[in-house]
Write a protein that binds this ligand. Structure first.
Ligand code: NAD
Length: 389
């Protein structure tokens, strides 16, 4: 894997991701994978005592375990060896104040999706990023997979011809019953509009599917028409979403996100049909891309082959046959974020790993998509043009 000429590892701070949290642990694995980052500070939990206990168990210097993210931003700014980059691994409603505090204090930021709970907040963050010339990486994890980059390269090269149809789905089972009422903390904030935002399944996982389709094809959505459903009694937000999409150039899309899809676990998959061929990719078999030319033979293209695109090759660590998966894809995003920061510090051109990485504008598009979908549904499933695409 080609990495930048890293003079030293970047110092990473983390907000959220403490004991029992989900995505923080994935970030920590991803950050370590290529030796680009060292975790040195954090405000790991909404409960300060729990956060300090987690920091102690993780070997973080006691002086750099913070009870509050604002204190962390203020203190780290004063240090000669303060953090370079802060990873935000907290529920959606906290992303804006945390990202704002660190970006305004001059830090680079990696933030979870959806970027914010309102579009105004997302746009405000992008404005700060542009003013401060900082990184705001958004962890749309699936665009870190090598074979997703391979699909993008093939589509952008014209291999499929003009794109006609995009079918993308993200079904999950884990919220098929009211687990939030039984005390599941992760389901509790995801079903609370004040914490999750206007979208339920559409914000939580539909945004991944939307970003994946746009990333692979390079197409912008012109308008969306949505039918949202809330199947589990007592919920306010959607737990199932069907969305029709009209893309620029005439392509049509269909997106399904569901948190009540019994029998499915992270079953993100996409099929893209063009005039000259089609391809499909599924995150449960991420090392394979299935490609069929018009009237031709279906091929399974495997990760690691020597003739794959530069975008796929630079994100590949092991030879074909040794599976790579979710952690490696997440690691590719972290490698890309590290490269962006290191290239800026060194004043040099970006290496390929730092290109085609999800940034602030992608976060804004994701929040605009959720807004458009909910507006469409609330308006009686009318066609709505997202404010940013
Ligand atoms: P979680 O409930 O498991 O963990 C949240 C953590 O944040 C907890 O440790 C909590 O104590 C901490 N926290 C909350 N408020 C805080 C504050 N003000 N200061 C410090 N810590 C605070 O949540 P999760 O499932 O890990 O989701 C977190 C975020 O990650 C969400 O935005 C979610 O959408 C996103 N996510 C992304 C992916 C992906 O593939 N990119 C996957 C899952 C979750």
């Amino acid at each position: 894997m080609t990495m930048g000429g890293v003079a030293r590892r970047l110092r990473l701070g983390m907000v959220g991701g403490g004991e029992g949290a989900y995505i923080g642990g994935i970030h920590r694995h991803a950050a370590r994978l290529d030796n680009n980052f060292e975790l040195v500070a954090g405000a790991f939990d909404v409960n300060a005592a729990r956060g300090h206990a987690f920091a102690a168990a993780s070997g973080i210097d006691k002086a750099r375990s913070y009870g509050d993210f604002r204190e962390m931003a203020a203190q780290e700014r004063l240090r000669g060896d303060g953090v370079d980059v802060v990873a935000i691994c907290t529920p959606n409603h906290t992303h804006f104040p945390i990202a704002e505090a660190f970006l305004e204090a001059g830090f680079d930021v990696i933030c979870e999706k959806p970027l914010t709970v309102t579009l105004a907040e997302a746009v405000a963050l992008q404005a700060i990023v542009e003013r401060e010339k900082r990184l705001l990486g958004v962890t749309y994890a699936y665009s870190g997979y090598p074979m997703v980059h391979e699909a993008r390269a093939r589509i952008l090269s014209g291999e499929l011809g003009r794109i006609r149809v995009i079918q993308v789905e993200y079904p999950l089972e884990w919220m098929a019953t009211a687990i939030e009422a039984g005390g599941n903390a992760q389901a509790q904030w995801r079903t609370d509009p004040k914490k999750s935002g206007r979208g339920g399944s559409i914000g939580d996982i539909g945004t991944h599917a939307y970003q994946l389709a746009g990333f692979m094809t390079g197409l912008k959505v012109e308008s969306v028409c949505a039918d949202l459903a809330t199947f589990v009694p007592g919920r306010v937000l959607d737990d199932n979403a069907h969305v029709m999409l009209r893309y620029e150039g005439g392509a049509r899309g269909l997106l399904w996100s569901s948190q009540v899809a019994v029998g499915h676990s992270n079953g993100l998959r996409i099929r893209i049909i063009g005039e000259l061929g089609s391809l499909s990719w599924a995150q449960e078999q991420p090392n394979e891309l299935v490609v069929t030319p018009l009237g031709g033979v279906t091929s399974i293209i495997k990760r690691g082959r020597a003739d794959l695109s530069a975008g796929a090759s630079c994100r590949t660590r092991t030879p074909p046959g040794h599976p790579e998966g979710y952690i490696e894809a997440f690691g590719n995003l972290y490698a890309g974020f590290a490269e962006i920061v290191q290239a800026r510090i060194a004043g040099r051109e970006l290496l390929p790993i730092g290109r085609d990485v999800p940034l602030a504008q992608d976060g804004v598009k994701g929040v605009a998509f959720v807004d458009a979908v909910v507006d469409s549904h609330e308006g009686g499933s009318v066609w709505v043009r997202p404010a940013y695409t």
